[in-house]
Design a binder for this molecule. Structure first.
Ligand SMILES: Cc1cc2nc3c(=O)[nH]c(=O)nc-3n(C[C@H](O)[C@H](O)[C@H](O)COP(=O)(O)OP(=O)(O)OC[C@H]3O[C@@H](n4cnc5c(N)ncnc54)[C@H](O)[C@@H]3O)c2cc1C
Length: 381
């Protein structure tokens, strides 16, 4: 049986209070204006949530991954877009943390923990989303430097971040074995941000194109070993997919909490909505599905701490199941509010739009099902 500790639940309460006070009041306006929630970044930095899982010698707190999941879940409960602030920095720095030298870790992770910098993860391209190995961005060695050329698409926090973890082909004849990872700083000549997307959800989190034209980075900015980038990217997903699962659980919980409070207040035919069995059964299903998703997310997160041999399968299950639950629960939450749920006056409309992305990014839920099926057939547990 898996239970969270008292310490983890105390942490949840502290993050929840901070989010209710400092993040929730601005969520609707930031969504409406597609405005980056800098106030949230400030609050997260002050509470030590930036780099929560980073090692202490890099300025982090060295927190376990269940605590990390609780952190993202609680932020997403009030605002999914704000939850991407620490989540994307963690995603971008996971290859550095897991595979990089101490020197590169100190250089890029410390400023994030101190609230002085943020980071983005640049894997996808216009023609290389699910099929990342078909990327065309390339890096060529020139003495002590690498010269990078290409265009990355869909990059979360493009234009906000200071550091960009960029995957590029260093040997075009070697397929997925010819990919390497680099950290690029935003002020490097040849680096620019292109078009920003106009999106359905997580509108306060910018998503855009990253353009690299003869960008020169020192050899020290190569993460780990040359040619291991694809392996690093997939290894990173083992750690980060449970985090997207946590985001999905948070969005779903926020929608359920709002809908159940609303049902206590709203009366039809002289009765509160909570009195109708048809609606009670909907709420019971929503609550069950969220708990099941949370269980998978925490189990996969606990496996990330030990790099468990079954982590890849569980990380995909957690992300896929929780994303599907978030979409279903938020759809039902809109239904429970009736016509009001369909308006921007009530936050379930935003949560419904935000839930959709959890079925798409960090590998679509079709790709997760492919991973789960492959692991099931090969019997890896
Ligand atoms: C808001 C947002 C933020 C993002 N942030 C980042 C980021 O920070 N960094 C980053 O690198 N990327 C990011 N992405 C990219 C994201 O990970 C990709 O969009 C995603 O992996 C899907 O790739 P694609 O869009 O090219 O879809 P495609 O790969 O073209 O897929 C299209 C459809 O076909 C399905 N499909 C594809 N191949 C198969 C198959 N073999 N079998 C069955 N079905 C298949 C997919 O599931 C999907 O339904 C972001 C995307 C969005 C929308």
């Amino acid at each position: 049986m898996f239970l969270t500790s008292d310490e983890q639940e105390d942490f949840r309460q502290a993050v929840r209070q901070m989010c209710e006070d400092k993040v929730a009041p601005h969520a609707a306006e930031c969504d409406e204006k597609a405005q980056y929630p800098w106030h949230a970044h400030e609050a997260f930095s002050a509470m030590g949530l930036m780099g929560l899982t980073f090692p202490e010698d890099c300025g982090g707190s060295g927190a376990d991954h269940v605590t990390w999941a609780i952190c993202i879940e609680e932020i997403a409960r009030v605002d999914a877009a704000s939850s991407l602030i620490p989540a994307i920095c963690d995603l971008a720095m996971t290859p550095v943390m897991r595979y990089g030298s101490k020197e590169i870790q100190q250089r890029f992770m410390k400023p994030i923990c101190e609230g002085r910098a943020q980071a983005s993860y640049c894997l996808s391209e216009a023609e290389a989303g699910s099929d990342v190995a078909s990327m065309t961005t390339k890096a060529v060695r020139d003495g002590d430097e690498w010269v990078i050329n290409g265009r990355k698409q869909w990059i979360t926090n493009a234009g906000i971040s200071d550091f960009y973890t960029v995957f590029a082909k260093t040997d075009r004849s070697a397929g997925h074995r010819g990919i390497s990872a680099f950290v690029v700083e935003k002020d490097t000549p040849g680096f620019s941000v292109g078009k920003l997307e106009h999106k359905l959800g997580i509108r306060a989190s910018p998503t855009g194109e990253v353009i690299l034209e003869d960008v020169r980075v020192p050899h020290e900015n190569l993460v780990g070993e040359e040619g291991k980038g694809f392996y690093y990217a997939m290894g990173t997903f083992d750690w980060s997919r449970p985090v997207i699962g946590a985001q999905a659980v948070g969005i779903a919980q926020g929608a359920l909490d709002y809908a159940s409070n609303y049902m206590n207040e709203r009366r039809t035919f002289g009765q509160p909505l909570t009195s109708y069995q048809g609606l009670q059964f909907m709420v019971a299903d929503m609550a069950m599905e969220i708990e099941a998703a949370r269980g998978l997310v925490y189990r996969a997160s606990a496996m990330a701490d030990t790099n468990h041999p079954d982590l890849t399968r569980m990380a995909s299950m957690a992300k896929c199941f929780a994303g599907d639950v978030a979409m279903k629960v938020t759809t039902d939450a809109v239904q429970l509010l009736g016509g009001y749920g369909f308006t921007k006056e009530f936050p379930v409309e935003r949560m419904f739009r935000d839930a959709k992305i959890t079925q798409i990014y960090e590998g679509t839920n079709q790709i997760q099902r492919m991973v789960i099926a492959r692991k099931t057939f090969t019997g890896v547990r």
